[in-house]
Design a protein around this ligand. Structure first.
Ligand code: UTP
Length: 483
């Protein structure tokens, strides 16, 4: 059962009584000052919260032993000698062709789905709205969601079968996300092939295990992490929908990377050929300090270790060929078998605890923004499911082609770097199709370039499209090729 209170609407007396029993009736401290709609909203929120989870989070907080069982702590305890870099497949030549053929076969058979996690808060970017609505197209200003959806449209057109799109939102951005898709006519996808599902929210806890109010009639909650995907898939019916459609492989990715090669046939094919539960795309880290999780092999199992858990010495260690020993990082592009997702739906992932500054109201109801951490937030990480995978593989990819996330408002991994990387990639595709594009000294095109994924989903399909329409690229000014 998801909620200790079974998710049903409760009267004030029932709710207050139930929360008093678990020592959380401070939630009603301002009840007398709330108007009717605020009261209704608070009661609804109390019914929605999974109080059985809150009890578990209190145990995580209070119980040293439980805390030690989290993946993070287990990893921190692992010594350097225990950790080996996980084996990484570098697909090329005939092996890549065979994998791509197998993946295309899966796509043709309609056995592949895409899943984007878009429930995060985007706090570093500081954008007012779901992160997927952020405009990133260098010429069109098309939003992140458009790039993902248009790739699925391209796959549908190429392979003649739908690739259903599962979009994970949070309580905070679900409505805005659905409206955005509707306003944009689902970016050309049939509405029936887009499935929104909402991840869980967890309250933060004070060191005493109390939930906090961030307004007199509202409990502070935050999404339960991308690991919340597994339980949310089941709870929402999305997993059952996948099974009904005969989906075998789910391509999982994050909303903030418009370069991702969604449902890359070679990756899907290798995953299926190897009968993997989970496959992980990995790329060479920019440098030893880059904050990507690193896949390591331990007792024959692969898991991802966060970069914070490596010592500087480990980060800088070199292999005999001079490259970093722990060279490859994960950028959260995975393939999951549907059967594995079903097995994992009920599995409790470890809970990661972070000490954070959580805004809350004081006794007078005024909002306080603490200057130092005052509470713990809790999250599950999707990659912890690897611990349960019988077969997991890592497949290398070229980050110049597939990875440039929008994380920060400025500086590295920002909208500016992402737009530049997109333009550079599309300029490479155009040059490969014999279109002359002037590049500057840093290797970026001197004109703005954008290619709608539904116009061409890779360099080969671009060359084909241009062969049939040589006048498509204007002689000067912006280049924007769209279907
Ligand atoms: P990040 O933690 O990198 O980004 O999540 P964020 O949450 O969007 O932004 P910050 O950290 O607050 O600045 C990586 C991906 O995981 C999703 C995000 O939407 C993003 O696609 N995610 C993260 C969820 O869907 N739910 C979560 O609870 C956390």
């Amino acid at each position: 059962m998801q909620s200790g209170f079974s998710g049903k609407a409760m009267t004030y007396e029932e709710a207050r009584g139930a929360l008093a029993e678990i020592g959380q009736d401070q939630v009603f401290a301002f009840w007398d000052k709330l108007n009717a709609s605020e009261r209704e909203a608070l009661l609804a929120q109390v019914s929605r919260i999974a109080w059985s989870d809150v009890a578990m989070l209190r145990r995580v907080l209070a119980d040293e032993a439980a805390a030690k069982s989290t993946a993070a702590n287990a990893a921190a305890g692992a010594s350097a000698e225990d950790m080996e870099p996980a084996p990484v497949l570098e697909l090329s030549g005939d092996g890549r062709a065979a994998a791509a053929a197998a993946g295309e076969n899966e796509l043709r058979g309609g056995r592949v789905a895409a899943l984007v996690v878009a429930g995060g808060q985007g706090s570093r970017l500081g954008f007012d709205g779901p992160k997927g609505c952020y405009p990133v197209g260098p010429v069109s200003n098309a939003p992140l969601f458009a790039f993902h959806a248009r790739k699925l449209l391209a796959l549908r057109n190429a392979f003649g079968a739908p690739v259903p799109f599962y979009v994970m939102t949070s309580e905070t951005n679900d409505r805005a996300t659905r409206e955005f898709f509707r306003e944009n006519a689902y970016f050309g996808l049939p509405e029936r092939d887009v499935f929104f599902f909402v991840q869980g929210m967890w309250p933060a806890l004070t060191p005493e295990g109390k939930v906090l109010l961030d307004a007199p009639g509202h409990i502070f909650t935050a999404p339960d992490g991308h690991g919340g995907t597994l339980s949310a898939l089941e709870r929402s019916g999305a997993l059952a929908d996948m099974e009904k459609r005969g989906i075998r492989t789910v391509f999982y990715f994050q909303v903030d990377n418009p370069m991702v090669d969604v449902c890359d046939p070679a990756f899907i094919g290798e995953h299926v050929r190897r009968g993997a539960d989970v496959s992980i795309k990995v790329c060479a880290k920019r440098d030893a300090q880059e904050g990507l999780g690193v896949p390591v092999s331990e007792n024959g199992r692969i898991r991802i270790v966060e970069y914070t858990e490596f010592t500087d010495e480990q980060k800088n260690e070199r292999a005999p060929d001079g490259r970093l020993r722990f060279l490859y990082g994960s950028v959260a592009i995975h393939a999951f078998s549907t059967a594995f997702l079903r097995r994992e739906a009920g599995a409790g992932l470890p809970v990661h605890v972070a000490h954070k500054k959580v805004p809350h109201v004081d006794e007078s109801g005024a909002l306080v923004k603490p200057s130092s951490p005052n509470a713990c937030k809790f999250e599950k990480f999707i990659f912890d499911s690897l611990l349960d995978a019988k077969t997991a593989i890592c497949v290398a990819f070229d980050r110049e082609e597939e990875f440039s996330p929008v994380k920060n408002a400025e500086g590295s991994d920002s909208p500016a770097t992402c737009r530049a990387d997109l333009s550079r990639k599309w300029a490479r595709w155009l040059r490969a199709a014999d279109v002359k594009i002037e590049m500057d000294a840093a290797g970026y095109p001197t004109r703005r370039v954008e290619i709608d994924p539904a116009y061409a989903r890779d360099a080969e399909s671009l060359a084909r499209a241009l062969a049939g329409n040589p006048g498509a690229v204007p002689a000067e000014g912006d280049i924007w090729l769209k279907a």
